[in-house]
Design a protein around this ligand. Sequence first.
Ligand SMILES: Cc1cc2nc3c(=O)[nH]c(=O)nc-3n(C[C@H](O)[C@H](O)[C@H](O)COP(=O)(O)OP(=O)(O)OC[C@H]3O[C@@H](n4cnc5c(N)ncnc54)[C@H](O)[C@@H]3O)c2cc1C
Length: 454
Amino acid sequence: MTKIERRTLLKTLGGFTLGGIIPLTGNAVSTNKQSANKIKTINTDILVVGGGTAGVIAAIQAARAGCSTILVENGSQLGGTTTTGGVSFPGLFHAWGKQIIRGIGWELVTETVKMDDAELPDFSIPTGRQHYKHQVRLNGYLYALLAEAKSLEAGVNIRYYETPVDARFDGNKWQVATMGKGTHTRIVCNQLIDCTGNAWVAALAGFDVLREKETQPGSLMFKIGGYDLDSLDFKMIRERYNEAVNKGRLVKEEFRNNIEGLLRSAGDNISHVAGADSTTSESGTITNINGRSSLLNTLRFLRELPGCEKTRLISMQPETGVRETYRIDGEYQISYDDYVTGKVFDDAVSYSFYPIDVHDKHGVVPKHLSEGIVPTIPLRALIPKKSQNFLVAGRCVSSDRLANSALRVQASCMGMGQAAGAAAALACNTKTTPLNIPIGQIKSMIADHGGIVP
Ligand SMILES: Cc1cc2nc3c(=O)[nH]c(=O)nc-3n(C[C@H](O)[C@H](O)[C@H](O)COP(=O)(O)OP(=O)(O)OC[C@H]3O[C@@H](n4cnc5c(N)ncnc54)[C@H](O)[C@@H]3O)c2cc1C
């Protein structure tokens, strides 16, 4: 395993020392303009694209298994929807009184809870239909710090602000061209893992991807305050809200037609951003502008209401969280029936547990699993059809829409991330493609690294 000390990494990122950029004399130094366009080639065993919920775990697993691992992330920190999206309440690691997902994701979650002096939910108390009670409320800032620190400790080479623009397989290795601020890189790798959440690398590589005509809305997470709930006249507020909706000043779907819910929850997971999509810079720009302009519009409205004049925006995430875009067309597509009957696949590499959870413009009505059901995820659902040396992990897992609405949750994404990292490491070490690895070997590696396998 190539372990890179944090200090060394920080000094050598980009091929020059950070100290070297600042002229000591204070005089300008002439530089070669062409150097910005120079393509740098880097070789690695495994390339993970997308350092979010699944990608961090995939990269740590691959690096801990002894493979040189690069993690390319277009944002500025790790954790994706868990951190930047502000959905810092991962679930579900437990089902019917038993832990079903552990491993590297669980390690990160529990260390975050411990360092924050917070508490885990009591998983022995059944939640009934209130499944969210077993989600772990996290300090997302701390999670981002720990995700980064643990990646570096494992030897993962993190490259922020970078995105792939081309991906080709030459029958033996993947060549992935990436662009970033002032960087143009060709990353040559043995195994490629797409954890972008949008199956972006799969599409770039020419594999089929699936998308619904209408996708679930996203949510911009924020916190508001500055009003006293007990003194608010909700009857009057609802009337004013309906009036504003009828006049076209507010769009009722943007806060689930529930102004009282917005005030009572003080933000969090309540906004709905129609058509939210983070696949490209253009769609991400529109999504973020729509989320923010809807919030600004609503804040202006709230501040005109008696009792809400001092409403304040306390915090807001830098990106709108996205629930659904593209998923791969994999060697196996997990169906709704597979999910709700808890089918145990021969090549199952992880469990998953969540209600079927499709948001639409009216909100969401979760459909709970029957007592005792624990769905599983087969390795084939992480592999695009007819691909080689290629895996995905996270919400772009091959599945039909209803199954995907449950599979997309964070504990499941973390489980998939660990499975993809392990399968890629074994395939790399034996110079083959993940489908050729005996499933028992993948399961053993996951278990050796703390995971639970079906
Ligand atoms: C509002 C909302 C509420 C939710 N509620 C819950 C809940 O209560 N409990 C729960 O467990 N789950 C919940 N989920 C679902 C869950 O959070 C996500 O489905 C899950 O985090 C997705 O993980 P991922 O790794 O697939 O993608 P992400 O975590 O989104 O990570 C993708 C990463 O890839 C990066 N990336 C994307 N494209 C590129 C590119 N082209 N180049 C480089 N990097 C790229 C992104 O910047 C990001 O860091 C919710 C989701 C949303 C949006």
